[in-house]
Design a protein around this ligand. Structure first.
Ligand SMILES: Cc1cc2nc3c(=O)[nH]c(=O)nc-3n(C[C@H](O)[C@H](O)[C@H](O)COP(=O)(O)O)c2cc1C
Length: 363
């Protein structure tokens, strides 16, 4: 499908932006700094090319795992109740209907227990505060509500500055009850005083002393597998796995943290070569982009802004239909690439020398 054509994910995002209040639309779209990383995200996926395999049986394409879940996921995003009145609840319902796992932001506007009642397969995303004990009640509520894993966002020692004045206005316009449903008062937190900082993040201090030991601490505190989000380098991936991480998540926070960070499409092959399970997000907007991510070694591929657009335009049904539509398009792409499952895509993306993947991926 032509990029931006009617029915494409980019068309969905454009239509949602036109419908949402200007400050909400600007907040969702915004990147940090000069928005260089934001601008490069989708073109980096778009530039990749494949060498399809032939003479492979593709009568059946197996995308779903033994739990019936698709190899996609919904990345954590705050402010969903400003996007749709049912907010995270609608996202969760749509995800449950489509069979897509959901990562819930610790700055959710909907309590964990209500999200869990939808039956969605969900995980918690969290930051860590300077005093780790301040987050323990929130972690306990997530565990009690059935979170399957905990995702530690590691790329946010501070919330990077964003300069869009329209986006900055969103925090004065929304109902404060639309965020922070599970955030406990943090007695150690001091207002960061950073212009453009993200919502209640202004009032929740982030740890600047995160280390690999925090992975073990989180695993011990929750009894859950720990995924580290925001990894862009193989050496950091290795440190995460050495410290017991169950997976690492290649992400530049949708271009909202360090401006000038490399596109995730470029970081992914190196991080995947570290050897453990890898998730990825950032600028993925089509079945072809998703297939490229699996081809470069990702296990699960996450979307954020496309889900918010689907939520804005269609609520739970919109979220469900986004993923069912992508599932059908991915099935077609897999057949055309000679892949009966996403693991068979490994090695189908060609590098700049027209070789098929890295030696590790050749089979
Ligand atoms: C409006 C918005 C809010 C976000 N909130 C969070 C958050 O609370 N925690 C987090 O780890 N990432 C957050 N992210 C980053 C996303 O999880 C994800 O890494 C990124 O947006 C993926 O790129 P995409 O939007 O191009 O799909 C947010 C992104 C957006 C656009």
């Amino acid at each position: 499908m032509t990029r931006g054509a009617p029915g494409s994910v980019e068309d969905l995002i454009a239509r949602a932006a036109a419908r949402l209040p200007p400050s909400v639309a600007a907040y969702l779209a915004a990147g940090s700094g000069a928005q260089v990383t934001l601008a490069e995200a989708t073109p980096a996926w778009e530039a990749l090319r494949f060498a399809p395999r032939v003479l492979r049986p593709v009568t059946q394409v197996h995308l779903r795992d033994s739990d019936g879940l698709l190899p996609f996921g919904i990345a954590p995003v705050t402010l969903q109740r400003a996007v749709h009145p049912d907010g995270e609840l609608a996202t969760a319902r749509g995800a449950a209907e489509a069979g897509v796992p959901l990562v819930v932001s610790s700055n959710t506007g909907t309590p964990f227990a209500a999200i869990a009642e939808t039956g969605v397969a969900w995980s918690l995303q969290t930051y860590l505060p300077p005093d780790r004990t301040a987050i323990e009640p929130l972690l306990a509520r997530a565990v009690a509500a059935g979170a399957r894993a905990v995702v530690l966002t590691a790329d946010t020692p501070v919330v990077a500055r964003k300069y869009d004045p329209v986006a900055a206005g969103v925090w004065d316009e929304i109902d404060p009850g639309w965020v922070g449903a599970e955030l406990d008062p943090d007695p150690t937190a001091a207002p960061a005083g950073v212009p453009g900082a993200e919502g209640t993040d202004r009032f929740r201090a982030k740890a600047t002393d995160l280390g690999p030991h925090d992975i073990g601490w989180l695993a011990g505190a929750t009894g859950l597998p720990v995924v580290v989000k925001g990894v862009l380098r193989a050496d950091d991936a290795q440190r995460c796995f050495d410290a017991g991480a169950a997976a690492v998540w290649v992400s530049n926070h949708g271009g909202r943290q360090f401006d000038g960070a490399i596109p995730t499409a470029r970081a992914l092959p190196e991080v995947a070569a570290a050897g453990g399970p890898v998730h990825v997000d950032g600028g993925l907007r089509s079945a072809r982009h998703l297939c490229a991510a699996w081809a470069l070694g990702a296990e699960r591929v996450f979307l954020a802004r496309p889900v918010l657009a689907a939520l804005a335009l269609g609520g739970a049904a919109g979220v469900r239909d986004l993923f069912l539509g992508l599932e059908a398009e991915v099935e077609e792409a897999c057949r055309l690439l000679g892949a009966a499952r996403t693991a068979d895509l490994v090695g189908t993306v060609v590098d700049e020398h027209h070789r098929c993947g890295s030696p590790r991926f050749d089979r």
